[in-house]
Design a protein around this ligand. Structure first.
Ligand code: 1OR
Length: 308
């Protein structure tokens, strides 16, 4: 895992061009499946099963990459593709863009046949974390951001049903229609953190929304704990909506207190589509007309709302 925090907020990206899938031999299918399974970052967040892997193997198309081509450039905000290397070799390089003087780009390693790259920006809405250049003529399998999200990041039916139970435990989502709840459940990815881990830090750009389904976390502002959030068998809690709603940095750090904290994560794009106006949502009646007498949000959730 190379660092999962995103730093890009704001507007929606234009759709990436999707090309027609290319035929694959049995060996090529095996190589792609293994590459997906071996991508540690991808596996932290996407619960990859044979069905998802099979679907991805099916849609990928082939591209030939001449020696010297940079397929990915560090810092690019528009991230459209994820790649699996069929043959050839790629160099990973990074420049320390934080320093005033331009530091020479350092080669950090290489990616060979059976490797993959480009997942980080797609998973976390982050700028591209490194530059990836072909050091020899290469052949890659490619998939576009939308396919990557639809096929790998969407929960399967069993996961949806499981996520739905948690959605039901979070009073916040009560005003949603059943179909909206299901869409939300489908867009959720499980992410587990261990004690003392930081889910995110104050000042970061927020790219994800969290529902805490198990465990307890501390909300820390300017180094001081301001509150704790704890999931109980009856109640799941959400956090991380404010930075997304208001497109501003995280107002607090979330640190795990329990041995394990289990969360369901919704990325910024899905959040905007599905929960775009949480504030409005809290005012919307069960009938979805927008006319409601009392806030639909439970007091405990209301206390957290708009704070992180
Ligand atoms: P991306 O979408 O950010 C660049 O685009 C890709 O390079 C990235 O996804 C990874 O797939 C891949 N640090 C960051 N990105 C890396 C690294 C890396 N290695 C491969 N990628 N590091 C390891 C260097 C050997 C540095 C870790 C500190």
């Amino acid at each position: 895992e190379f660092g999962k925090r995103g730093a890009v907020g704001g507007g929606k990206m234009a759709a990436a061009e999707i090309k027609a899938a290319d035929h694959k031999t049995a060996d090529e299918k095996k190589l792609i499946a293994a590459a997906l399974k071996n991508n540690a970052n991808l596996n932290t967040i996407a619960n990859l099963d044979e069905e998802k892997i099979g679907a991805m193997v099916k849609v990928m198309w082939k591209e030939e990459v001449p020696k010297g081509t940079a397929l990915i450039t560090q810092g690019d905000l528009q991230a459209d593709y994820f790649y699996v290397v069929q043959s050839g070799s790629f160099q990973i390089s990074k420049t320390d863009s934080g320093s005033a003087e331009k530091v020479a780009s350092a080669a950090l390693g290489s990616i060979e046949a059976g490797g993959s790259f480009g997942e980080l920006a797609l998973l976390y809405f982050a700028p591209r974390a490194a530059t990836i250049t072909a050091t020899a003529a290469a052949v890659v399998w490619v998939t576009a951001r939308q396919q990557f999200k639809d096929l790998l990041m969407k929960a399967n039916e069993t996961e949806i049903q499981e996520n739905l139970k948690h959605v039901g435990r979070c009073g916040m989502f009560d005003p949603l229609k059943d179909s909206e709840k299901k869409e939300l459940a489908a867009a959720m990815n499980e992410m587990t953190f261990s004690k003392d881990e930081l889910v995110f830090e104050q000042g970061e750009r927020g790219t994800q929304f969290f529902v805490l389904v198990e465990g307890e976390v501390s909300v820390i502002k300017d180094g001081k704990e301001v509150t704790k959030i704890k999931a109980t068998p009856e109640k799941a809690h959400y956090f991380g909506e404010k930075a997304l709603l208001e497109d501003e940095p995280r107002a607090a750090t979330i640190k795990v207190l329990s041995t394990v904290a289990k969360t369901l994560v919704v990325d910024k794009e899905s959040f905007e589509i599905l929960l775009g106006s949480l504030q409005e949502l809290t005012r919307r009646g069960k009938d979805g007309t927008g006319s409601v007498k009392k806030p639909a949000v439970a007091p405990s959730a209301a206390a957290t709302f708009g704070k992180i």
